[in-house]
Design a protein around this ligand. Structure first.
Ligand SMILES: Nc1ncnc2c1ncn2[C@@H]1O[C@H](COP(=O)(O)OP(=O)(O)OP(=O)(O)O)[C@@H](O)[C@H]1O
Ligand SMILES: Cc1cn([C@H]2C[C@H](O)[C@@H](COP(=O)(O)O)O2)c(=O)[nH]c1=O
Length: 206
């Protein structure tokens, strides 16, 4: 069976994931590749409805256990209705965040174990993992500048500084633990350079 490629972009808030997904989609489409762009939480009807529950309200609206279940439920719908059908027809799926965000935020930040998050992912999404994951990193000063430019943080971005520090560290740990899948990209660079670095990380399939 033909199967496309499943590519995810990860990192903290405002590091440039959406900007890069748009640029990558254009670069791949120019190579006549069938591209689907999507995001989490969201990317399907049910998952977008859950996104509203997750993104609105105060930072303590949900405790870590309720939150990780909502993210897993949204992901299950997204995988079943958007991602798997696209991969099955041979499309490349570019996804802004995936299960690694749960591992970093609800795991590193919220204290849910990695084993529990991966068990939920097994039940909800049959353990689907990306073929390649790019971790976009920016310096704290540049992150603050970009967040200010776009008008501030969402509910998750309003979590305390120690939560943010733990989730950032977890992203780096995951990238180091699985170097075949992950590529770490210096996203402080101008957007065009970041796009070129990501495309270089896909060169084996282009
Ligand atoms: N390489 C770059 N250099 C300078 N500014 C950038 C760069 N990439 C993105 N930006 C700007 O930074 C801001 C955040 O970018 P973007 O929305 O792509 O980030 P994001 O990672 O998708 O954010 P979030 O996940 O929190 O929604 C935007 O104003 C965007 O124009
Ligand atoms: C998938 C996923 C996301 N989050 C958090 C990370 C961000 O703060 C928001 C999503 O906002 P974005 O602007 O669309 O990137 O949700 C999370 O905590 N856990 C997850 O699994």
């Amino acid at each position: 069976m033909t199967r496309g490629r499943f590519i995810t972009l990860e990192g903290g808030e405002g590091v440039g994931k959406s900007t890069q997904i748009r640029a990558l989609a254009a670069a791949l489409a120019a190579r006549d590749i069938d591209v689907v762009t999507t995001r989490e939480p969201g990317g399907s009807g049910g998952a977008e409805a859950i996104r509203t529950l997750l993104m609105e309200g105060s930072d303590d609206r949900w405790d870590a256990r309720s939150e990780v279940l909502l993210f897993a439920a949204a992901r299950a719908d997204h995988v079943a209705r958007t991602i798997r059908p696209a991969l099955a027809r041979g499309a490349w799926v570019l996804c802004d965040r995936f299960v690694d965000s749960s591992r970093a935020y609800q795991g590193g930040g919220g204290g849910i174990t990695d084993a529990d998050i991966l068990t939920l992912h097994g039940v909800g999404s049959e353990g689907l993992l990306p073929d390649r994951t790019f971790l976009l990193t920016v310096s704290p000063a540049e992150a603050a500048r970009r967040l200010a430019a776009r008008g501030g943080s969402d509910r998750m971005g309003s979590k305390p500084a120690d939560y943010q520090a733990r989730l950032a560290a977890r992203f780096v740990e995951m990238a180091e633990a699985e170097p075949e899948r992950w590529r770490v990209i210096d996203a402080d660079a101008p957007a065009e350079q970041v796009t070129a670095a990501i495309l270089a990380g896909l060169a084996e399939w282009l």
